[in-house]
Design a protein around this ligand. Structure first.
Ligand code: FMN
Length: 188
């Protein structure tokens, strides 16, 4: 079982990374973490529309390796802090480069069935308020769908300015439960 994680956090030891680590420790198997703030050589999508006609991105940069890792993955985990009600800027730049998969709707070659399992982890510094994670949820759930990943669920940690997984064992349990669900969905 191979899992690809895209982590949008700027802080290597921040709350998002802690959630990712707990998730992976529970899930097991092989994994690769793409760190959106430290991965080199990812240019922004320019909507050149090359991928409308060919299942390929015209920009030959660090993203090519990430496409290969996605193709090989049984699971895709998207993890990000909320920055102004959405995913972080570097995360968005990277995610926009998955336009080549969205363009399957134009090329009419979208896979008929999901090819992998997906999960979402999000963190917000503010104390809990309605729709705190809605912006990120829209971005990440729709992207999972375009990447042929069946979304198994999401876990959100609010109030990270004060709280952490250590003092929110209920949320740590949700992370563990989601990882176990993914493991079971892979028949493990
Ligand atoms: C530019 C910026 C914008 C932010 N916007 C939000 C927000 O809209 N909602 C929220 O709950 N927290 C917001 N936060 C707080 C972060 O989500 C919080 O610090 C989180 O813990 C960062 O994740 P990390 O611990 O993995 O670095 C923002 C932080 C920054 C730096």
């Amino acid at each position: 079982m191979k899992t690809l994680v895209i982590n949008g956090s700027a802080r290597p030891k921040g709350h998002t990374s802690q959630m990712v680590q707990l998730f992976l420790d529970t899930l097991g198997g092989e994994y690769e973490i793409i760190d959106a703030y430290r991965v080199q050589n990812i240019a922004p999508c320019t909507d050149c529309r090359y991928c409308w006609h060919k299942k390929e991105c015209q920009i030959k940069d660090g993203m090519q390796e990430i496409y290969q890792k996605l193709e090989a993955a049984d699971n895709l985990v998207l993890a990000s802090p909320m920055y102004f009600h959405s995913v972080t800027g570097k995360m968005k730049i990277l995610l926009d480069r998955f336009q080549v998969y969205w363009a399957g709707h134009v090329r009419n070659d979208m896979p008929e069935h999901p090819l992998r399992k997906g999960a979402i982890l999000m963190v917000g510094g503010a104390s809990s308020f309605p729709n705190q994670f809605l912006g990120g949820e829209l971005v990440l759930k729709n992207l999972l769908s375009d990447l042929s990943a069946e979304c198994l669920g999401q876990v959100c940690l609010p109030n990270s300015d004060h709280d952490s997984l250590g003092i929110r064992p209920d949320i740590a349990q949700q992370v563990i439960a989601l990882a176990k669900k993914m493991k079971a969905a892979n028949g493990e």
